[in-house]
Write a protein that binds this ligand. Sequence first.
Ligand code: NDP
Length: 333
Amino acid sequence: NRRIVLARRPQGAPVAEDFRLETAPRPIAGDGQMLLRSLWLSLDPYMRGRMDDGPSYAAPVALGAVMVGGTVCRVEDSRLDGFLPGDLVLAYSGWQDYALSDGTGVERLEPHLDRPSLALGALGMPGLTAYVGLLDIGKPQPGETVVVAAATGAVGATVVQIAKLKGARVVAIAGGAEKTAYARETLGADVAIDHHDPAFAQTLATACPKGIDVYFENVGGKVFDAVLPLLNTGARVPLCGLIATYNGAGPDNAKRLPELMRSLLVRRITLRGFIIGDHRDRIPAFQKDMAGWLASGQIIAREDVVDGLERAPAAFISLLKGGNFGKLVVAVG
Ligand code: NDP
């Protein structure tokens, strides 16, 4: 049983030495337990927060403990009512080959899914995040301008496509020519802009001649700085993530705070943070809509698949720098 543990807390951007690969005997299920074999491991930006021990909405990973993460697993052995060997489940068993579970938080998946890993992406947590953030907080109306940050990633790509389905004009922001071309040609964004371009702020302004009605925030930093002056009166900003700052404080924001507050007031802007775990009541509606959109090809779910648990640390380090292209998942078993 291989597992990847948190070896030390990162200083700034994580490096390989912050993780450690350990080998231990395969655990044995006792009464009331089952043994899970990981097939797919999800790698997500929130894991950077769990590596720190400061206060947040969730507890940190302890030093020496297995890194947390959502997984799709096969039940290998079960001494627990309701689960049988061979069952496919969605679990939260972390960065390891095998794990014991008492069934808490484990959900059974249909046994013969074409792409079980989608339960970690478009049909799972990131998809629900896009759905709730855009529809419940962003509330895009036909013809409105919706701007999406990190627009080719797990959350962003779903936001772009749902916004198009709702009749909005979509401006996608992504890193590099390949991602911006994908946002236009495959995701259907009306315009796509590279945030590495030195003229980024000007290009964004030109792309939004009628201002911005909804800004789906995944990034923060200079991307938000370019968006703020363009937000219309009554604009909605679902605040989903701030990945540009996860590796530590960026430039001094103190001077920018009065400008932000004044903008919110004068232009009656709604800026609302949300954590997807609070929105489980939306899962049934989400699953129904998303299953339909995927089946009809109206939503395309690109995955970036990394082979082998031992590659998870490098893939995660790369995710925080834009190295992934689509939902990042590790093929474990
Ligand atoms: P992605 O698949 O989008 O991967 C992260 C992407 O962020 C990178 O590929 C990169 O894309 C972009 N990025 C990284 N650093 C920067 C930077 N400095 N400036 C601009 N872009 C950057 O990840 P997810 O879709 O899983 O997550 C997207 C966001 O949503 C994250 O902030 C995450 O924390 C948040 N989130 C929040 C949830 C909630 O409950 N509130 C739930 C799930 C996710 P590029 O190359 O295009 O720059």
